[in-house]
Design a protein around this ligand. Structure first.
Ligand code: SF4
Length: 392
């Protein structure tokens, strides 16, 4: 894992210095396959935001963005990242000796997850004077209609037409098929990895998943991601064969809804571990399962896969989804993390925890945030989680 991510960032850094190569910035559930098939190297600012969160460098950078007009109430990936840019720092320097994030030749976002990404990328478009393209799909969907797929597939075609002059050549349809096939293989392997946690005891936790997910976010559409998940799956299968438990004496199985608290992964992982509870599944890690990709029908299948993601669905869909996960993973209770700066990825606000409780699924809400630790209390969360684990 360390090598995979290191090589990815070092190569991006090289690409940004090479006039013959081009770098695209893309949102985490944006059409990375189109960019890769065109020949762009792809950088994901949300991944950078997560690094800023996990290293807690964000606590120095969020206030910079706040002081420059970006509210403390909006996405803290955005404020972490924009603040880091304003301050001229990046955790890539300490991790890999890289001076700065790779400057973009083009910016591509998809509002299937939220509109914060649009504001975020628009800031950089102005800052770097770089062309920008947004995919704007229908949102909050109860069901997927053919017209939605047609709409987004057409937007992907328009994106390709926009990218061709920047890249200086036409899209090769065979290359696109190949890239979508690699993405499909990686995403199916990622799904298999996550589903290993259906075993009791589980060989992995949600906290492991937040680390293992790096390549499916940043290296979709490459052989590197496929190889990585093949190896990981084999390791986990071996652990299951040896009855290896990620949490010794696993006694309770928990589902995590919402974002990770990046700066408190170890701390939270320890709270569950000390209480013999394993967080076996999550909405978040499953957000990169795109089993609808079809190399023989790349654009419509990508349109379908990218609009049907959990975050882009209505509450009834989300309720049914979580209920199914609870059943499939034999879950005893659900933790909802209400992220202060990401209402899009927080499902605790419109009565969903209560509705699940009414169906005899124990739930709890903890307040926190993906990056901004000013919105998170260690003591309060530990007390709430421990009390919850005792009652279920
Ligand atoms: S979904 Fe949430 S965390 Fe992700 S970019 Fe949008 S606001 Fe930020």
């Amino acid at each position: 894992m360390t090598d995979v991510m290191k090589d990815y960032f070092l190569d991006l850094d090289k690409a940004a210095r090479d006039p013959k190569r081009k770098v695209a910035w893309c949102t985490s559930v944006g059409p990375a396959e189109i960019l890769r098939a065109m020949g762009f190297e792809v950088f994901f600012p949300e991944n950078h935001g997560a690094m800023l969160g996990a290293t807690r460098v964000c606590m120095d950078t969020i206030p910079v963005a706040n002081a420059n007009g970006y509210s403390p109430e909006i996405c803290s990936y955005l404020t972490s990242d924009v603040g880091a840019y304003m301050k001229g720092i990046t955790p890539l320097t300490k991790a890999y000796g890289i001076e700065s994030v790779p400057h973009p030749d083009v910016l591509v976002y998809n509002t299937n997850q939220c509109k914060d990404v649009m504001h975020w990328f628009e800031y950089y478009a102005k800052e770097f004077n770089t062309p920008i393209f947004g995919i704007h799909p229908p949102t909050n969907l109860p069901s997927i209609k053919q017209e939605y797929i047609d709409d987004v597939a057409q937007q992907f075609k328009d994106l390709i037409a926009f990218l061709e002059p920047i890249m200086g050549h036409a899209m090769d349809p065979e290359k696109l098929k190949e890239t979508v096939a690699l993405s499909l293989e990686a995403t199916n392997l990622w799904s298999d990895v996550l589903n290993m946690a259906q075993t009791t005891p589980s060989p992995l936790t949600f906290f492991d998943g937040t680390i293992y997910m790096g390549p499916i976010v940043v290296l979709r559409g490459t052989q590197i991601a496929v190889d990585y998940y093949k190896n990981l799956l084999a390791e986990l299968q071996e652990k299951v064969a040896n009855n290896h438990a990620a949490v010794m004496g696993e006694h309770k199985r928990i589902y995590w809804d919402g974002m990770p608290v990046w700066g408190r992964l170890r701390n939270l992982s320890n709270i569950f571990k000390e209480n013999n509870a394993c967080v076996v599944a999550s909405t978040y890690c499953n957000s990169w399962v795109f089993s609808d990709f079809d190399p023989n029908d790349p654009l419509p299948s990508m349109a379908l896969a990218y609009i049907k993601i959990f975050i882009n669905r209505n509450d009834q869909f989300k309720e049914a989804y979580i209920e199914k996960m609870v059943k499939d993973f034999n879950v005893d209770g659900v933790v909802f993390m209400a992220a202060r700066t990401c209402p899009n990825n927080s499902n605790a606000y419109y009565n969903l925890p209560r509705r699940l409780k009414d169906k005899n699924i124990p739930t709890i809400i903890i307040d926190g945030d993906l990056c901004d630790l000013r919105c998170y209390s260690d003591e309060q969360s530990a007390t709430l989680i421990e009390a919850f684990l005792e009652t279920i």
